[in-house]
Design a protein around this ligand. Structure first.
Ligand SMILES: C[S@@+](CC[C@H](N)C(=O)[O-])C[C@H]1O[C@@H](n2cnc3c(N)ncnc32)[C@H](O)[C@@H]1O
Ligand SMILES: [Zn+2]
Length: 212
């Protein structure tokens, strides 16, 4: 069976009419291209919209968008290990919600549905943004990180749309500054736990000595 024909297990509706949300409209964005802007006050926790798109397999998504373009631009959203929604087909305005490293929205997946939910109260005219947190791949190099450059403009912008493992944070900062330092050794799984245990033991020893 070719990857593109792999069956897609999803409860996503196949109806042709995607929902529209009364809470925002699409306008030009300072972040990139078009974005979604609140036109009503939105309370914290409100489900603002559902992300719609054609369900396809990961293999099909990789085939459609091979990252060879000069700049990254897709309307993909990973639903689960089997399925990606491609909002280029059958998508609604939720596809225009940009990424920010300091988001006011989050995405929540419930029963095969992707919801855009307010993380805080949002006032009209504010751009709706969520953290895309694109999955980090161990084979990524400086050019890949720069390919996914972030232009959210937030004070705490991490410089890339990618989700960065903690042990690589300073490396990626260097890469983004044009200094292509080598990748540090990946810490072994559970290494953090071992260090924590050792610290706990040392503290216990010191306390024991102090109370003697
Ligand atoms: C789902 S679209 C969002 C709508 C997009 N602005 C448009 O007009 O089509 C996702 C794409 O928007 C761009 N984008 C979104 N947030 C961005 C950000 N913070 N920095 C740079 N580009 C961003 C990237 O090209 C990304 O692949
Ligand atoms: Zn950013």
């Amino acid at each position: 069976m070719s990857p593109a024909k792999k069956s897609v297990k999803t409860s996503v509706k196949k109806s042709v009419k995607p929902p529209t949300s009364p809470f925002y409209e699409v306008r030009r964005s300072k972040i990139q291209g078009r974005g979604a802007f609140a036109i009503l006050p939105i309370r914290k926790g409100k489900k603002i919209d559902e992300y719609w798109g054609k369900p396809i397999t990961h293999e099909e998504a990789d085939r459609r968008y091979d990252d060879s373009e000069a700049r990254h631009h897709t309307f993909l959203f990973v639903l689960d290990d089997d399925t990606v929604l491609d909002a280029r087909y059958g998508g609604n305005d939720a596809r225009f919600i940009n990424h920010s490293c300091d988001p006011n929205c989050e995405t929540v997946i419930e029963d095969g549905h992707i919801w855009i939910k307010a993380m805080k109260a949002i006032t009209p005219e504010t751009e709706l943004v969520y953290d895309y947190r694109f999955e980090w791949q161990d084979e990524y190099e400086p050019d890949d990180v720069r390919y996914y450059a972030c232009r959210c403009g937030a004070k705490k912008c991490r410089g890339t749309i990618l989700r960065i493992p903690v042990y690589l944070r300073s490396t990626i900062k260097q890469w983004l500054a044009g200094n292509d330092v080598p990748v540090p050794k990946k810490p072994k799984k559970g290494a953090k736990k071992v260090v924590k245990k050792a610290v706990k033991k040392a503290v216990k020893k010191v306390v024991k000595k102090a109370v003697r």
